[in-house]
Design a protein around this ligand. Structure first.
Ligand code: HEM
Length: 419
């Protein structure tokens, strides 16, 4: 169980990796030859890799499997037991069918419409409240996204339910990489919400709750698994949460967007014009520049070799996500926030990997990437068009904290506009 993994003496680099945060692999990579790092993680030999070639190596199903690869503390907080993230082969493909339609334009437009409607409503409230007290954009965005995604997914929310649900969804993401109180808060949040959504799935199946077949709630409730049966209510709850939790996690990128607008005031002007190509480039640069997923891991299916480094069957293969998004060879000036780079040269499929690499249909790449980009484009334009003051606060983004964000959550006062 979780306790074993957390309390076991760690005779390897695991604790070190957590304490060093986002800088851990990039620091080792800097000392390495050829972008390969040999280390130990979770008691197993591990080889960390980066670069578009390494992405293709990592996402080859003949090389790397996900079953048994993730430590229980990550599964028990972030993804949930039995989640699509942990499946391989035919079972993975059958489950992934549930999520792949979310890449389509009509789904993206539908979600963006619901979230921007919730945003516009919230702005009216912020204008009032922010006259007397600061409004924290990270927290506010999480509630806006929760309202929008639930309406879009067909999940009923009673008055007053959005705030506690938003807090639980944020806690699940915030607590996956640490021991201690943040971790236990995440486990309690997951337990509570899995129970609630399993009940909802049972109510859909019994007809007590209506759920249209084209909505996420209806599709997950009726989805057939690799065995041909419907999902266990608990597993269906896990997968419902695997749509709404990461959507609400866009709050991290919204706080980073606010940070970027301060860092690069000229980008605010450009976003205000509504320039769609620029908004897309800005969304990509936020996802590239700011830290979120540090790395991804899987287990070697057979004995492998990468650039001369042997990886024994069962060993860990680690993809250096944060490092690749800040690789000098790929980006030239990786530590400069410069959306224009994506207008000058569109990124290749396996170059920009904040949400995984490879082909989402064939592998584990995030099926929510288009939703994320669509939300970021729309919200970045809205935030840039809003007037507000930024009171003195701690806007540093600690790289030792995973996941990280501006320490203050980005507080604003005197909200006015939209300009
Ligand atoms: C997978 C990041 C938003 C649903 C992933 C992966 C990453 C990621 C790194 C793992 C890829 C791999 O294992 O190879 C993010 C980030 C997001 C985001 C940073 C923005 C905050 C979304 C959204 C959805 C979503 C909006 C909603 C549909 C999923 C699912 C998977 C996944 C279901 C598992 C896919 C699989 O294992 O086949 N995401 N994601 N994500 N994401 Fe996202």
């Amino acid at each position: 169980g979780a306790m074993d993994v957390l309390s076991r003496p760690l005779a390897d680099r695991t604790l070190f990796a957590l304490a060093e945060g986002y800088a851990w692999l990039p620091n080792r990579m800097r000392e390495s030859r050829d972008h390969v790092v040999r280390t130990r993680l979770l008691g197993r030999p591990a080889v960390a890799v980066r670069g578009p070639g390494a992405v293709r190596f990592f996402y080859d199903e003949g090389h790397v499997r996900r079953h048994d690869a993730l430590p229980e503390p990550v599964v028990g907080t972030l993804f949930g037991h039995g989640a699509v993230h942990t499946l391989d082969g035919a079972w993975h493909r059958a489950r992934k069918e549930l999520f792949l339609p979310l890449l389509d334009t009509d789904h993206v437009t539908g979600l963006v419409d619901e979230v921007t409607a919730a945003w516009d409503e919230a702005v009216r409230d912020w204008r009032e409240r922010s006259r007397t007290a600061p409004v924290v954009l990270f927290d506010e965005a999480s509630v806006v996204l929760t309202r929008g995604v639930c309406r879009w997914a067909g999940i009923p929310l009673a008055a007053g339910e959005a705030e506690p649900l938003a807090r639980d969804l944020v806690a699940m993401v915030d607590g996956f990489a640490t021991a201690g109180p943040r971790h236990w808060r995440a486990r309690r949040a997951r337990g509570r919400q899995e129970e609630r959504f399993a009940r909802l799935v049972r109510e859909v199946r019994s007809g007590e709750v209506e759920a249209a077949g084209d909505r996420v709630l209806g599709r997950v409730s009726r989805h057939r698994d690799g065995s041909g049966g419907v999902l266990e209510p608990g597993t269906a709850a896990v997968e419902l949460l695997n749509v709404i939790r990461p959507t609400v996690a866009v709050s991290w990128f919204l706080a980073f967007t606010a940070h970027a607008l301060e860092l690069r005031p000229e980008s605010r002007k450009r976003l205000r014009t509504g320039d769609a190509a620029y908004a897309t480039a800005f969304a990509h640069e936020v996802r590239r520049f700011y830290p979120f997923a540090p790395f991804l891991g899987g287990r070697a299916v057979t004995d492998l070799t990468w650039r001369g480094e042997p990886i024994p069957a069962g060993g860990l293969v680690v993809l250096d996500v944060y490092g690749q998004n800040h690789d000098e060879e790929l980006w030239g000036d990786p530590y400069t926030f410069r959306p224009e780079r994506f207008i000058e040269r569109p990124a290749g499929r396996d170059e920009l990997i904040p949400q995984g690499g490879g082909d989402p249909w064939a592998g584990h790449r995030c099926p929510g990437e288009n939703l994320t980009v669509g939300l970021l484009e729309a919200l970045a334009i809205r935030l840039a068009s809003l007037g507000y003051s930024v009171p003195a606060q701690d806007l540093t983004i600690p790289l030792r904290r995973v996941p990280t964000r501006p320490r203050s959550g980005f507080a604003v006062t005197e909200v006015r506009g939209p300009a």
